[in-house]
Each structure stands twice: as structure tokens, then as C-alpha cells.
Design a protein around this ligand. Structure first.
Ligand SMILES: [Zn+2]
Length: 540
């Protein structure tokens, strides 16, 4: 009797214990997707076709249903690829050199960028944020003008005592600090061009990164009602200081003024001219979408996502390798989504519909997810959450989880609970001024109000079970040296127990979120709370 009594509780545990992510499966899928035949999975290449066929075959084998439009496994995503050729660019009387003074691109499908003697106006940080009671524009019409912005948001580097202090998450970057926001704001106000003054601290990366586009850019194909500005890009800090000085304007003093709520845009006397030929190429690409239908509330969804694309081929490295296989970024994320699909398919039918999304063209500017977010196959108002996998640490089991974008939503509480069950704690990301929260695919639905959480190991060094924080830092340094390069390649040295632990976190969170009536919420200070609130009635 005693023996039976001893065994019963164990059996009870075994019956309710959820299935676990298999590190060997993660490893095998990552290895395959990042192998040479996939060619670095660039959109519009043979590698795309192979990747999409691979993903559909897997989803089918797991018994999922198509999640795309009209019962399809894919959602077509038309893209444009633009390349600026050389031509004159002048600011006042000064000729600007592409790559040195400016890093310019266009996302308009026109044969030429032609801007002649456009008025220039300095708009400070260029932020209109009702929840922070902030408006840099003061009703200014930017029609036909070129706007000059500062990077980051007004309280980045703001000392105590100035208006901006603490209104935009302090050092943490908010969406208002991102270049994407500034270009969109310029377009909304009718500007013809936008220049952002680069500084390494504010941008989170050096000029070499800002300049890496080499005049090339990508976008989704947009309708006439949704056209972007004709010319966008970075103005080097050095060039900006000189150009403003030539106008008897002091950029340092303007920076101080821009931290005041009373700031008003400052028109420049100089005019801006650019005449640059553009090559435009169209690329037909696609997202892959699969689902497990909900049995109680099929119109409510939970989204698990990763991006299937990587950087394709580039110039040869020291060993002559040209393929940038994106093994961790984000073949491993795709493998993680596949494991989540397998685990949920193994378990009881969910109350809500679970959507498994593999986006295209994340590396080209979150474009596949952007296309989806403007043409969702499940309504965003009833998408309870998006959980995104994009780069996981492959050094083994960790004692903590790095949280990117701390302070945004109640999904963080769910993550904390799930982590605690694994004996892990939460560590907020390092250097939150880099704005990693705004730099992966979940952001396309975030800006339309859907609460989201991303696991992204770039956020900081993990506290490893073996070797502690130092071991985590060693992994991070090693990975950063290969980020977006030929050496982001699968090796037998990678320890997939770490990623498996992370995917299990999303499985645990997903099980809670799959229940009807569970609606994560944005925190009061979040810049996305207001937009979610607009559709609150849909979630009653
Ligand atoms: Zn990525």
C-alpha cells in the first residue's frame, strides 16, 4: 500500500505534464534551413521557394490547416527593391556626398528622385505624442518640404529639470525615437523628404551601420493613398553641425531647445535639391500561415511567429563563403514555431485559433509582417497576442530570461510566471535605448495595438547555469561577431537545450492565452495602449 501511495502523485504529475520542445528537432531543422541549398533564404530567390515548400510540407505533416487567404498556405507579398544611382544632392550651397555626409534611399517606385529647391525645416525630435502631452510640430504643414529630425526621443539624454525628462521612458527608446516613426510622420504631414541627424548614442549604432544600405531599400508595394516620402536617410552628425553653422545655427543649442515642450520647428534659409536616378525591381514574395482552429472562439487568435528570410548571398568572407545562412537569425525561430505547432497539435484542441506565421522580408524592414498587419487573415482586434522568436542563445540552459521592451504589457507577467516554473528569473535587456522592441516583426502588429512579446537574445548576456553571466556574455560577443554575416551558421557546438527552454516558455504562455477571455493589456505608460483601447468593444 505504501508503495502505491508513493507512486500515485507521480502518475498524476505525468498525466498533466505538457510535452516538451525537443532540442534535437530544433537543431536538425535549423541545420537544414541554413544549409547551402537554401542559399541564405533571400526573398525572391530559389532559396525562398525551397523554404516555403519546406515549411508547408512540415505544417501539413503536423496536421495543421492552411492559415492564409482563401484556404491557402501562403499570403503573397509584393515587394519593391530600389537602388539610388549617383547624382547631385545639395543643402544650401553645399554638395553632399552619399555615404559620407548622407546615407540616402527611397521607397518610392519612381524612376527619379527629383527635389528642387525645397524648403528645409528643423523639427527637433519630430514627435507628436498625445499621451506624453508633446507636439513638436505645432500644426506645421510639411507639404513639399524636407524635414530635418534628431534621432531618438526627446528625453534621451535629457537632464533633470527639462520638460522632456521622463516623458518618453527616460533612456529607453520609445517608438517616437525610431527612424521608421519619423519617416512616417514626415509622410503623414506631406513632406517630400526627411533627413535624420545621426549620432551613435542616439541611433544605437555607428555611421557604418546607418550607411550600410548603400543607396538600396525595400518596401511593400503601396497604393497611391499610402505613398512614402520621395527621399529619406541619415545626415551625418559632422555634416549637420557644419550645415547648421553655415546658417548661423548651433545644433547643440537646438538639441537643448528640442527637449522643451515649447519647442517650435525652425525653418532654415538653405534649400534642398536632389536629382537621383532610381532602379526599381519588383519581387514576388510570400508569408507562410498555418493554424489550429479554436473549438470555442475560433475568431479569437493567438499568433506565434518568426521570419523565414535571411540575407542571401553577399561578398565573400575570409574563407570565401558568400551565403549568409541566418542559422540563428531566424532559421532557429522558424524551427521554434514548428516545435510550438507540434506541441499544440499534441495537446488538447485550443479554445482559440492558434496561428503559426512565418514572415518574409523581416531583414528588409519588417515587410512581410507589415503586409499581414494591413491585410490580416484574422482580425487584429481579436488577436490576443503575438509571440515572436528571433535569435535565441545557443550556449545551454540559463537561470534567467532576457526581457526586451520591459514595461510594455501584461505579457511580461505571463512570461515571469512561465519562467518561474522553469526556475528562471527575468532580467531586463541591457541598453534599452537601442530600441530592440521596435526592431522585429512583432512590431508590425504592435503598432496596430496587438500586445506582443519577443524573445531576442541580443537583449543582453544570459546568466548561464554553467559559467553564469560571464558565459552568457561570451556567447553574446561571439554571436554579435556573426550577426547578419556568413558565420551565423549551424555548428555541432551549439547547445539547443537553451532554445528549447525558451520555446517551452512560449508553449506555456500560449496554453494560457489559448483560453477564451484572456486578453493581455498594455501598461498605462505604453505608447500602444490608446490604439488598442479603440477596439475594446470587440473584446467584450
Ligand atoms: Zn531576425
Amino acid at each position: 500500500m505504501k508503495k502505491i501511495a508513493y507512486f500515485l502523485p507521480l502518475l498524476a504529475i505525468a498525466a498533466t505534464e505538457p510535452p516538451k520542445t525537443d532540442p534535437a528537432k530544433l537543431s536538425a531543422m535549423t541545420k537544414e534551413l541554413s544549409s547551402d541549398p537554401f542559399g541564405g533564404r533571400a526573398p525572391g530567390t530559389e532559396g525562398e521557394k525551397k523554404t516555403i515548400d519546406w515549411a508547408i510540407a512540415r505544417f501539413k505533416a503536423l496536421g495543421l490547416q492552411p492559415g492564409g487567404p482563401d484556404g491557402s498556405w501562403t499570403q503573397k507579398v509584393p515587394l519593391i527593391h530600389t537602388r539610388l544611382a549617383d547624382g547631385p544632392v545639395s543643402f544650401g550651397g553645399t554638395q553632399l556626398r552619399q555615404g559620407t555626409d548622407v546615407a540616402l534611399t527611397t521607397v518610392r517606385p519612381d524612376p527619379t528622385v527629383a527635389i528642387e529647391n525645397a524648403p528645409l525645416v528643423f523639427v527637433g525630435y519630430g514627435v507628436e505624442a498625445p499621451e506624453a502631452k508633446w507636439d513638436d510640430f505645432k500644426g506645421l504643414d510639411l507639404k513639399g518640404k524636407v524635414a530635418v529630425f534628431l534621432v531618438n526621443d526627446p528625453d534621451f539624454e535629457a537632464p533633470e529639470g527639462v520638460d522632456a525628462k521622463g516623458r518618453f521612458g527616460d533612456k529607453r527608446m520609445t517608438y517616437y525615437g525610431r527612424w521608421t516613426y519619423k519617416y512616417e510622420e514626415a509622410a503623414r504631414r506631406g513632406a517630400i523628404g526627411a533627413l535624420i541627424v545621426h549620432d551613435t548614442a542616439g541611433a544605437g549604432y555607428p555611421w557604418s551601420t546607418a550607411n550600410a544600405s548603400n543607396g538600396e531599400n525595400y518596401d511593400i508595394v503601396r497604393g497611391p493613398e499610402d505613398q512614402r516620402i520621395a527621399l529619406q536617410g541619415w545626415l551625418s552628425g559632422e555634416a549637420a553641425t557644419k550645415l547648421f553653422a553655415a546658417e548661423s545655427m548651433d545644433l547643440t543649442a537646438l538639441r537643448f531647445q528640442a527637449r522643451s515642450a515649447a519647442f517650435k520647428p525652425v525653418p532654415l534659409k538653405a534649400r534642398f535639391t536632389a536629382k537621383l536616378p532610381v532602379t526599381v525591381e519588383r519581387i514576388e514574395s510570400a508569408n507562410v500561415l498555418a493554424k489550429i482552429p479554436g473549438r470555442v472562439k475560433p475568431d479569437e487568435t493567438v499568433q506565434f511567429a518568426a521570419h523565414w528570410d535571411a540575407y542571401g548571398e553577399g561578398p565573400p568572407d575570409a574563407q570565401g563563403r558568400t551565403i549568409r545562412p541566418g542559422a540563428n537569425d531566424d532559421a532557429l525561430g522558424v524551427a521554434g514555431v514548428m516545435e510550438l505547432a507540434r506541441l499544440f497539435k499534441t495537446g488538447p484542441a485550443p479554445e482559440r485559433t492558434l496561428v503559426f506565421a512565418l514572415w518574409t522580408a523581416e531583414e528588409r524592414g519588417l515587410l512581410g509582417s507589415e503586409w499581414y498587419a494591413t491585410r490580416p487573415t484574422s482580425p487584429l482586434e481579436k488577436t490576443a497576442a503575438n509571440l515572436t522568436l528571433d535569435i535565441l542563445q545557443t550556449a545551454g540552459l540559463a537561470k534567467d530570461v532576457i526581457l526586451v521592451g520591459a514595461g510594455q504589457s501584461s505579457l511580461e507577467d505571463m512570461l515571469t510566471d512561465a519562467a518561474a516554473k522553469q526556475g528562471r528569473t527575468i532580467t531586463p535587456e541591457e541598453a534599452s535605448e537601442r530600441g530592440l522592441f521596435y526592431r522585429a516583426d512583432h512590431f508590425s502588429v504592435v503598432r496596430r495595438g496587438v500586445p506582443a512579446l519577443q524573445l531576442m537574445a541580443l537583449g543582453g548576456a544570459s546568466d548561464m547555469r554553467e559559467g553564469g553571466r560571464a558565459a552568457g556574455q561570451k556567447w553574446l560577443d561571439g554571436y554579435m561577431a556573426c550577426y547578419h554575416k556568413t558565420c551565423d551558421a549551424w555548428t555541432p557546438d551549439w547547445d539547443f537545450t537553451g532554445p528549447a527552454q525558451d520555446v517551452d516558455l512560449f508553449h506555456a504562455m500560449g496554453r494560457r492565452l489559448s483560453k477564451a477571455g484572456v486578453w493581455p493589456e498594455w501598461r498605462p505608460a505604453s505608447e500602444f495602449r490608446a490604439i488598442r483601447a479603440e477596439s475594446a468593444a470587440e473584446r467584450k
